[in-house]
Design a protein around this ligand. Structure first.
Ligand SMILES: [Zn+2]
Length: 92
C-alpha cells in the first residue's frame, strides 16, 4: 500500500499508509485529532540534495514527457544560402 503524507496544523507532517482509493479522503491526525490536509511530495526527494533532486526529477519527467526539440541546436545550423539561388528563393 502506498504512503501518503499529511500535514496537521498542530503537529506538522506525518505519513499514513492506506489504500489508493482512500488517498483523496482527509486524514485525522493521530496525535491531536485535527483534520490534516494531504501534502503532495515526491517521497524520494524529501532529503535529497537539491542538484540531485533536480536531476532525478528531470530524469523522471523525461520518462513520460520528453523534451521535444523543435529547432536545430545552436552551432549546428547549416550556413545561410548565398548566391543567385538563395536570392530566387527569398522572393522577387
Ligand atoms: Zn495533530
Amino acid at each position: 500500500m502506498p504512503t501518503y503524507r499529511y500535514e496537521c496544523p498542530e503537529c506538522g507532517l506525518f505519513d499514513v499508509i492506506k489504500p489508493l482509493r482512500e488517498s483523496g479522503e482527509p486524514q485525522r491526525c493521530g496525535r491531536c485529532g485535527a483534520m490534516a490536509r494531504r501534502v503532495f511530495t515526491a517521497p524520494m526527494l524529501v532529503r535529497t540534495p537539491r542538484p540531485l533532486a533536480r536531476a532525478l526529477a528531470a530524469q523522471e519527467a523525461s520518462a513520460y514527457e520528453p523534451q521535444i526539440v523543435d529547432r536545430v541546436p545552436p552551432g549546428r545550423r547549416p550556413p545561410p544560402l548565398t548566391g543567385p539561388r538563395a536570392r530566387r528563393l527569398s522572393g522577387p
